[in-house]
Design a protein around this ligand. Structure first.
Ligand SMILES: [Ca+2]
Ligand SMILES: [Ca+2]
Length: 217
């Protein structure tokens, strides 16, 4: 009997916590690899989580799990696209296909989303190109209310451990692209603009973007 009561108490407590926080639900495309994973020379690569293993979900307060990006979200880029359209990164299509991706030239480039007004950002997820399990370089995600990102910039992800991008050294790890993209905790930062940097990949100098989703309130 005592054991039963204890179990009931535990369940009740767990229920309470579950009500406080909810997991951000990213809709994932099917896994896809166009070949043998490329060997990557990196002393900053995160360990392979293994097939079918996903990162822990991002937990946010109730009400902060709304998807803020839509097909109408304004997208700008550091340079004109090589192929594809800016709109491709907010169209909801995460098919890892060359016809569905925005491709920016080689070197350090960024894609910027305008949320239309200041929002509280709880999560950002970036899908580059998951083909051949490549690793993108200098992946940096920043938030700001300044369209030019000249002031009041909050960096929520930075795996540029050697400061190639000259935006400051990052403590995050490089990772292989998979169907779950890269979910980043927005830490409830207030911002109107989201900027995602990259500097080519282990497979090619260009910068490919399939989709970027922003969640919050
Ligand atoms: Ca897309
Ligand atoms: Ca770097």
């Amino acid at each position: 009997m005592k054991k039963l009561i204890m179990t009931a108490l535990l369940v009740a407590t767990a229920g309470l916590f579950a009500e406080d926080k909810v997991a951000i639900k990213f809709e994932l495309p099917a896994p896809h690899s166009s070949g043998t994973p490329k060997e990557v020379k990196s002393d900053n690569l995160e360990p392979d989580p293994g097939p079918g293993k996903y990162r822990a979900p991002i937990m946010v307060p109730v009400g902060f799990d709304k998807k803020l990006t839509t097909e109408e979200t304004k997208v700008t880029t550091s340079e004109e696209a090589v192929t594809g359209e800016n709109e491709y990164v907010v169209d909801g299509d995460k098919t890892p296909d060359a016809t569905c991706m925005l491709q920016l030239p080689g070197g350090l480039q960024w894609v910027q989303l305008d949320l239309g007004a200041e929002k509280t950002v709880s999560a950002v997820c970036v899908w580059h190109d998951q083909g051949d399990d490549r690793v993108y370089k200098d992946v940096i995600v920043q938030l700001s209310n300044d369209e030019k990102f000249a002031k009041d910039v909050t960096t929520i992800f930075n795996n540029d451990h050697d400061n190639t991008a000259k935006l400051g050294k990052g403590a995050d790890k490089e990772y292989r692209e998979r169907n779950d993209g890269r979910p980043v905790d927005g830490k409830l930062t207030k911002a109107r603009y989201v900027r995602c940097y990259s500097n080519g990949s282990s497979s090619e100098p260009v910068n490919n973007y399939i989709e970027i989703e922003v969640f919050g309130k």
